[in-house]
Design a protein around this ligand. Structure first.
Ligand SMILES: [Zn+2]
Ligand SMILES: [Zn+2]
Length: 243
């Protein structure tokens, strides 16, 4: 877009004065009252481990079958409807939504056990330059500033591109992600309880791989906080295996 035109549009529709969901005028908030009612907060029935919405408040079958490497996860929203729209917008140019989302993430983790520092899920340099920013990094920094914990910049790096994972099952994702994260700042995470902040939890495979790398580098526990997570739906495939 022409820079001048963009400036004119920004002046006419300042981002804090229009609703990010319906586009209507608001007064200094990102979401208007009507749209706020359509956001589904993930604060009711959920799995106590992965934090995904479940039918009843109980362990989801995946966590029951094989507990994840991270200790506990929580998310602000259920990834559907308006919340999904908002997060897609945040990932595709709407980086300013980081503050709105970070506020909600902080609420979601307020009952978490104590943790020492915060890291983000890294992107490869190529992916980051394609998008212009790493959405996980923006959220992690914003959450750290709010809770007053150190954000460890560049703690972990992503060594290889893992491509689109949307169509993959948890098992396939794990295989695809195996060994893709490497802790660069080992001294900063050694002996620490680390909170990983990300945008979405789908199967938890990314969080699990991050946790593996952090524990290997000497972290004592890994927690996860995301802006949203998908509802856990039993698909009949991942039955608990007898071990
Ligand atoms: Zn609205
Ligand atoms: Zn679970």
């Amino acid at each position: 877009m022409n820079v001048f035109l963009k400036e004119v549009l920004d002046a006419l529709f300042p981002k804090d004065f229009t609703c990010d969901i319906c586009g209507r005028e608001t007064f200094g908030t990102n979401i208007c009252d009507d749209c706020a009612k359509t956001l589904i907060f993930n604060d009711k029935d959920k799995c106590p481990v992965c934090g995904r919405k479940t039918v009843r408040s109980e362990f989801c079958i995946e966590c029951k079958a094989k507990p994840p490497t991270y200790k506990m996860a929580a998310s602000a929203f259920v990834y559907e409807g308006s919340a999904a729209y908002l997060i897609k917008k945040f990932k595709n140019g709407g980086s300013y939504l980081k503050d709105y989302l970070a506020d909600r993430i902080c609420k979601a983790v307020k009952d978490f056990p104590e943790y020492d520092c915060i890291v983000c899920v890294p992107m490869t340099r190529r992916s980051k330059s394609r998008r212009g920013y790493n959405q996980s990094e923006l959220l992690a920094k914003a959450v750290a500033a709010r809770v007053g914990k150190p954000y460890i910049k560049g703690a972990v790096e992503k060594r290889k591109e893992t491509g689109e994972q949307k169509e993959l099952t948890r098992k396939e994702r794990s295989k695809n992600l195996a060994g893709c994260f490497r802790v660069v700042k080992r001294d900063a995470v050694k002996g620490k309880r680390v909170l990983v902040v990300d945008d979405i939890l789908t199967t938890g495979a990314t969080a699990d791989e991050m946790a593996k790398a952090l524990l290997k580098a000497g972290a004592t526990a890994v927690y996860l906080a995301t802006a949203a997570s998908v509802e856990y739906k039993f698909n009949g495939k991942d039955k608990p295996r007898a071990k």
